[in-house]
Design a protein around this ligand. Sequence first.
Ligand code: ATR
Length: 278
Amino acid sequence: MKRACVIGWPIAHSRSPLIHGHWLQRYRIDGSYTKEAVTPEEVQEFLRDLGERGFAGCNVTVPHKEVAFALADVVHDSARAVGAANTLWLEGGRLHAANTDTYGFMTHLAHEAPGWQTGDRPLLLLGAGGAARAIAYGFLEAGTREIMIANRTRERAEALAAHFGGDRLRVVDWAARSFAAREAGVIVNTTTIGMKGEGSLDLDLAGAPKSCVVADIVYVPLETELLADARRHGLKAVDGLGMLLHQAVPGFEKWFGVRPEVTTELRGIIVADIQGHA
Ligand code: ATR
């Protein structure tokens, strides 16, 4: 029996077991995917002994993504670019690390808004944490000409721009985000604003180009204020759940040998879970 897990601290909230559990059933695989509560003190030893514990690999969530990246024997470009790993697997006795958030976000965007690239307009990225880094990398790889980064704490936006270097990233003031939205081809919220009880983004979309695509990585609630507002303005809205579902695909394939499909059935299972907890 093949085994995989997700490690984090805390870990109770993770929906990854629902996703992988569904696929294990659907593809009739003799395997398991469990949640493992691993403290920051334990994480190094846990990952060193991953194989001895019977795991083919694991997902990594907060606060271990940077440690996982640092501890791996083989670091893939996706993880190196972000400086953090969320997917690990053993291959030839060596621990491999990748970051599938970029893949997850860009794949969902391509499905939901296939024409997002046509205008050659800049991306407006709200936020400058780990998720912003993964998404900035995706747009850079996709050839986006310019990325405007707006973050409440300007220094973090500058650090993100410096991380990737070059002249394609431009920091804009948090206070100027609605102004920046007027030229954006895509707007992505990577901040926690929009989650239940986390306040309002206060982004005025009235001046945004009609072709602008608005994406949120927040998925609880599924329809954030930002997405509802985008729809009201006739803009294409892309929810955050797709990123969660698609980022799970490469890990499942590595551990269990089948490339799983993100279906409406799977989506429905996670939506029901989100609504059950709402
Ligand atoms: P992750 O690594 O998951 O992307 P993070 O590093 O905790 O998460 O980043 C959270 C983001 O939400 C940051 O960009 C944060 O802004 P700061 O860098 O200024 O902290 C942003 N954020 C959280 N609450 C916010 C609020 N009330 N207003 C504006 N930005 C907020």
